[in-house]
Design a protein around this ligand. Structure first.
Ligand SMILES: [Zn+2]
Length: 367
């Protein structure tokens, strides 16, 4: 797969027909990576080999291209990789975000379990970063995709975040994602033990396979200090389940830039998911779909739009997903902005949409 800087006519047609009227005026992106090739050994990220740096400027032009919005504020962090130089990534990113023009942007620090907790605490105290981004590649094991949460987000990180009311961007792993018993148990334990940590479960709690959303989301939806982001999810079923179980007030839009600029989508297959890109297909097939597959970011927005329409969300709820939920979540001490509604997601959805709730109960037997 490769990073794209240009739209095809097919992309433009999808945007004009679907997204121009769906995406609200105000947008806040809670999940975007910035990148500089200088911080990784040569050849580390082949899909970005044609770009040298993806700073705020490149981010803004990509968002302008698909969303038609200028100066989108966001929550930014580096691209985690075992061989990346974390110190350089973090320092560069913090500078980039600080000098980022008129928008109010925030940064998360990429942190590994082996990092010095005192340095992490200092950076949070100085507001250089408002929280941390963890990732399974920093777990101390070979098969890091099987790591449980404390292996890459140990208790010391939660303690520090709890102290500073910090944000934790958490992309869980293990085959079952949010339907995995170990993930559910650890998430529940850590969220209850450290209630001031503001947890963002990336990719709707890693529900690339919508069946894991069906099985798992309702088991964590009562946790008050958890929200989910939409980044890179391309299955409308996942979004619909999130709307019903977590509630539209706890869903935050994220682009997952620069993943958003790849062609293809992530699909559910059996108990797994698969990243489908033109580049993973045999040559003659790849040539045929190169002009028809659209960008991951556009796929994700289309799936979100379909879910919002199918669930009958109001315009104001869509505006919450794209902007207000993020502002409330990232500035909890700002008493001038409305706080997130209290109470578990299912209750909020049930009370907000009583007729749709009873229809779902009839067809599915539960919610
Ligand atoms: Zn990401």
């Amino acid at each position: 797969m490769k990073y794209n800087e240009k739209l095809h006519p097919g992309d433009r047609s999808l945007i004009n027909r679907n997204l121009r009227y769906f995406v609200p005026e105000q947008v806040f992106d809670v999940h975007a990576h910035l990148y500089s090739t200088a911080h990784y050994p040569k050849g580390t990220l082949p899909w970005l080999e044609k770009v040298s740096a993806l700073g705020l400027k490149q981010y803004e032009s990509a968002m302008q291209m698909t969303l038609g919005r200028e100066g989108i504020p966001g929550l930014f962090f580096g691209l985690p990789h075992r061989h990346g130089d974390r110190d350089k990534i973090n320092d560069w990113l913090a500078e980039e975000v600080k000098n980022g023009g008129d928008s109010v942007n925030y940064a998360l620090k990429l942190v590994s379990p082996t990092d010095d907790p005192r340095l992490v605490a200092n950076d949070l105290q100085a507001r250089k970063f408002i929280g941390i981004k963890v990732y399974h590649v920093y777990a101390e094991r070979q098969d890091t995709m099987n790591a449980s949460i404390p292996e890459y987000a140990p208790d010391w990180m939660w303690e520090i975040l709890d102290q500073f009311h910090g944000v934790l961007m958490l992309h869980i792993v293990r085959e079952g994602g949010i339907a995995d018993d170990e993930n559910i148990r650890e998430l529940r334990r850590l969220c209850k033990m450290y209630p001031r940590v503001r947890v963002i479960l990336a990719h709707i709690a890693r529900s690339f396979n919508y069946r894991t959303a069906y099985r798992g989301l309702s088991q964590i939806s009562d946790l008050d200090n958890v929200v989910v982001d939409t980044s890179a999810i391309c299955e409308s079923e996942t979004f619909e389940e999130a709307i019903k179980t977590v509630g539209p007030a706890r869903i935050l839009w994220g682009s997952d830039f620069p993943v958003s600029e790849l062609r293809g989508r992530c699909i559910t297959t059996g108990d797994h998911f698969f990243w489908l890109h033109p580049e993973v297909l045999l040559d003659d097939l790849a040539g045929k779909v190169e002009n028809t597959m659209t960008l991951v970011g556009i796929e994700s927005l289309l799936a979100l739009k379909e879910a919002c329409e199918n669930q009958g969300l109001r315009k104001s709820e869509v505006a919450d997903i794209f902007y207000h939920n993020a502002v409330r979540w990232l500035t909890p001490d700002d008493t001038s902005s409305n706080r997130l509604p209290q109470g578990p997601g299912p209750k909020m959805w049930r009370e907000g949409h009583p007729r749709r709730y009873s229809a779902v109960v009839k067809t599915r037997g539960n919610v």
